[in-house]
Design a binder for this molecule. Sequence first.
Ligand code: PHE
Length: 344
Amino acid sequence: MELKKQIQALGEEAKKLISEAIDIEKLNQIRVEFLGKKGKLKNILKTLGKLSPEERKEIGQLANKIKEELEQLLKGRQEELKKKALEEELSKNKIDITLPPHWIEAGASHPVISTLIEISETFISMGFSVAEGPEVEKEEYNFDMLNIPKDHPARDMQDTFFLNNGDVLRTHTSPVQIRTMLKQKPPIAVIAPGRVYRKDADPTHSPMFHQIEGLLVDENVTFRDLKGILKVFLETTFGKDIPIRFRPSYFPFTEPSAEVDIGCTVCGGKGCRVCKGTGWLEILGCGMVDPNVFKAVDIDPDKYTGFAFGLGVERIAMLKYRITDIRLLFTGDLRFNHQFKGIR
Ligand code: PHE
């Protein structure tokens, strides 16, 4: 039967073209050419009308069979070509997954700076504002106007870094008291955080360290005000239950003067190596502003009183985070620093 052969030949031709097709576009062309509405198979089937019903049935079944076969083949070949295209694409854009990533470590503030900011915020929340002064300071502001006499041992070459022009690297933040009172008249409530320098280097002393100075001047300021403010600060920093004691002391620029101790944060007051068996840790110096200091900055000591305090930031950070060697804070070792990520 002529028609049967024609359809089979058509099938063979299409199969060959499908297997040779090199891209999806070519496959689509073949589909249209053979199986489309105006395709070759449809054209042949148009002549079916001339046949007997039996023949028509037979040819119809054959045509359907071939149509299904071709559709299967087209589908299969299409998958193959897609896969091949993807593989080609991947081999063109090779990514070396063994390369190390561009790792950007998130930064964090240093534990000393975190502590400094935290303490500052406590005082700011009580109404203090922040004052600043230079680290290279006039000897006059660092010593003389603070009522520190010319022959005071602190001025010794052994303790103070002197510059060739006679200036000093400030040995404490107290000169900011002088600078503030020269500029501003009472009421005054400032803190002065910053770097200070002393010729000292051992496990608990660093030649550069940080202090926070406090100064409050107004009419009728008393020692009770000083105690109240410091109590708030210490309880905020070390917790509500921290034992606090004021111990009489001496500073040339305050009278009376005191040093403040807190219960040892390591042994809880029982006595250990850190508190040298006393159960107490010295935490800051303070006192009522000496009238001689007021006179030096032209503030009337009969009208105004005030208090001042100075605390060491590293010391507080060390007690808070139980760091036993101050030098760890300044080596810049990231393995150390990263332990304090997120304390603020
Ligand atoms: N300046 C003192 C020191 O560095 C601390 C202090 C400041 C004491 C203010 C009393 C008042 O040791």
